[in-house]
Design a protein around this ligand. Structure first.
Ligand code: C5P
Length: 410
């Protein structure tokens, strides 16, 4: 959890759009104000159907900004000023409609105009029905916004007001407070930390390789170690792009996160994030994918089991390690082995062409896969360092410190 002390004195412009989750935004205002944040609020017309302007006004102790055309609002505070006199814009709840308008660059009400006119970072907390969230249009809008640097917190899985189940619930107010604190902490570090000004790419989690629209090949990677490394590098000031396969983990604070499913998507996302100074490939990438995955569900039609032809996936670590102008100065791979860990991992370092390998024993019983602890060896050109068993967060911090020391010595 991020340290909330950093929130004191910060200014947040909160945009409340029209969703049932808007009631949680009232709580969000309270939690932010308790921590010394000045909150100004923009309420959309639909938002005002879910929470009253009076409640928002009472909690922010400020005018509620609602109307692009209101002479009072404009004379007191033009929309340009409103959008710039904040350290961060937070949209909570961010409805499918507002995300679409943001993605399209529309300026058809005060909320959209402020979001278009701002030169400040924007964080969104999506909240909508699960199908609306999963709709290709919303997913494409969200991906576009994230590619432009918009930060996201949630949505969470759960039962929705409409009684459906799945992702779409707005993050809880304290999760949003944490994400905001994480953003400010990362921003402060970006300016001061030892990795300030360095760009990092981290891969994490498993990949899902489709067999047909409903089945896929996957593995047991939880993403815990990779996500922790992304957070640890960001905490030291690096500008981190985390390329994550499907996991149950929340996006780490202060990182840009690209969500992918397949190895090929992971490679494309990594290449899109270049140039970078650091690449850490902690993902458990599927070595194989189904050649010619079916676009229809395979049927049990009496003809026996289907023969699945496999084909090799690209090796992301080896690709990023290839010599060339775009090669990150430091490329780190992982080697999960079940015996002869050091010998295999040393050979892997040479084969992949990376600089360092973090090797660990994932034999059954070690609890590494999915567990919280890890016992690793850091293999570099000049030798091996064996670290004691420690929580994955601590492994991440130590690795990030080693990365910082590497750049300090350059
Ligand atoms: O070859 P192996 O899977 O054991 O190598 C593990 C390392 O290579 C990890 O760092 C993993 O993230 C990376 N890798 C990759 N792309 C693949 C396979 C592995 O980046 N297709």
């Amino acid at each position: 959890m991020a340290d909330h002390a950093i929130l004191a004195g910060k200014r947040v412009l909160l945009v409340i759009a029209g969703g049932i989750a808007a009631y949680k935004s009232l709580e969000l205002i309270r939690r932010l104000r308790e921590r010394g944040v000045t909150v100004r609020a923009v309420l959309t017309e639909a938002g005002a159907r879910f929470v009253t302007p009076l409640s928002v006004q009472a909690l922010t102790e400020d005018t509620v900004y609602r109307d692009l055309w209101s002479l009072t609002d404009e004379s007191e505070m033009g929309h340009i000023r409103l959008s710039r006199e904040a350290d961060l814009l937070v949209v909570a709840p961010a409805t499918a409609n507002l995300l679409a308008r943001m993605a399209a660059g529309m300026a058809d009400d005060l909320a959209a105009t402020v979001l278009l006119a701002t030169d400040k970072p924007v964080m969104v907390a999506p909240a909508m029905n699960v199908r609306m969230w999963q709709h290709a249009a919303t997913q494409a809008n969200m991906a576009l916004l994230e590619s432009r640097g918009v930060l996201r917190v949630g949505p969470n899985d759960g039962v929705m007001a409409c009684n459906e189940y799945g992702p779409g619930r707005m993050a809880e107010p304290m999760e949003i407070v944490d994400a905001i604190a994480g953003f400010f902490a990362a921003e402060a570090n970006r300016l001061q930390g030892p990795l300030a000004g360095r760009r990092a790419i981290v891969t994490s989690g498993p990949t899902h390789e489709p067999i047909d629209p409903v089945r896929y090949i996957a593995n047991r990677s939880s993403g815990k170690q990779g996500h922790a490394i992304a957070a640890a590098l960001a905490a030291l000031g690096a500008e981190v792009t985390l390329v994550s396969g499907p996991t149950r983990l929340p996006d780490p604070a202060g990182c840009r996160v690209t969500h992918i499913e397949t190895a090929r998507e992971m490679l494309a996302a990594c290449e899109a994030a270049l140039p970078a100074d650091i690449a850490v490939c902690a993902a458990a990438v599927a070595d194989w994918r189904v050649d010619g995955a079916s676009d229809r569900k395979l049927k049990k039609d009496g003809g026996g089991p289907p023969a699945l032809a496999l084909t090799e996936n690209p090796d992301i670590l080896a690709t990023l390690s290839q010599p060339g102008e775009r090669r990150p100065a430091l490329v780190v791979g992982f080697a999960a082995e079940t015996g002869d860990v050091l010998a295999y991992a040393t050979a892997k370092r040479a084969r992949k062409g990376c600089d360092w390998i973090v090797a660990n024993d994932v034999s059954p019983g070690t609890g590494t896969f999915g567990g919280s602890d890890n016992t690793v060896h850091l293999i570099r050109a000049d030798g091996v360092e064996s670290w004691p068993t420690m929580p994955k967060d601590a492994v991440a911090t130590r690795l990030a410190e080693a990365v910082a020391a590497f750049f300090a010595g350059k």
